[in-house]
Design a protein around this ligand. Structure first.
Ligand SMILES: Nc1ncnc2c1ncn2[C@@H]1O[C@H](COP(=O)(O)OP(=O)(O)O)[C@@H](O)[C@H]1O
Ligand SMILES: [Mg+2]
Length: 245
């Protein structure tokens, strides 16, 4: 399958602080690709740049053949809302669920761009089948859910827009190992059965690389390594720095 996302030489700054420098990446349609890196490396910044939440200082991002992000000099690219409509959904770090809303209301928010109520209802039922715990709790306020359940809900909310590309920012953060494994099992099904391309950011490098066909290593805002997931798992530098070997 062909390339669905192309990141071409992008840089992002916060004021005078350079967060990303000359990042280039390619994600094939149907793949699971991971990005690993330490705290502060720039992982979240990269995902935010893809969905138009951080402006580019240089470079461009192309999705399904269309330029979605570029520098201000080149008129800036699409808004976050339009990028979502093109088929990219981000599950942000820390989930950002609406704690005072019910599970069902959160899922409705994820379908903001869908006009057809019957389609929204159908997708909600699919989500309740796929995440039975959400079905059992659909009328409950989100704050009553466990961390793992809230992460499942954040993923389900993102899927309500039927994205072609799902961006996940540290889905395992702060969760117990068994819960993390559960979430990764779901991600695998979303990719294999629903044919959603997945770009995954994780500090748990072992789990991320095992789940991915390809991976990138980010250090201080720069890509320092890229290879097949299984090759990165065997890479000495990756083992030392990220796998505790
Ligand atoms: N809103 C912001 N304003 C200023 N600096 C930021 C902001 N967000 C992130 N940074 C800085 O940019 C760098 C990359 O951050 P981030 O993308 O969150 O890294 P990661 O997700 O890999 O932990 C860090 O040095 C961080 O302090
Ligand atoms: Mg982050």
């Amino acid at each position: 399958m062909g390339e669905i996302l192309k990141i071409d030489n992008i840089s992002v700054s916060y004021g005078s602080i350079r967060a990303l420098t000359d990042i280039s990446m390619s994600i094939d349609e149907g793949a699971v690709v991971s990005l690993i890196g330490a705290n502060g490396a720039g992982k979240s910044t990269l995902l935010k740049a893809i969905v138009g939440q951080e402006p580019l200082k240089s470079g461009s991002i192309t999705f399904a053949g269309e330029t979605i992000c570029q520098t201000k000099h080149h008129h800036g690219g699409l808004t976050t809302d339009l990028i979502a409509r093109r088929g990219i959904a981000l599950v942000p770090e820390g989930r950002h669920v609406f704690a005072d809303m019910t599970v069902e209301e959160n899922l409705d928010m994820g379908a903001f761009m869908v006009r057809d109520q019957a389609l929204i209802n159908k997708r909600k039922e699919e989500m309740y089948d796929f995440f039975p715990i959400l079905g059992a709790r659909k009328k409950q306020k989100t704050r009553s859910l466990s961390g793992g359940e809230q992460q499942m809900m954040a993923i389900a909310r993102a899927l309500m827009s039927a994205p072609r590309l799902l961006l996940l920012d540290e889905p395992g953060l702060g969760l117990a190992p068994l819960v993390v494994q559960d979430i990764f099992n779901k991600i695998k099904i979303i990719n294999e059965e629903n044919k959603v391309t997945v770009f995954l950011v994780e500090q748990n490098a072992r789990l991320a690389l095992r789940s991915s066909s390809y991976g990138y290593v980010l250090e201080n805002g720069k890509i320092v390594l890229e290879d097949k997931g299984e090759a990165l798992l065997l890479n000495e530098k990756v083992q030392k720095a990220y796998l505790g070997a």
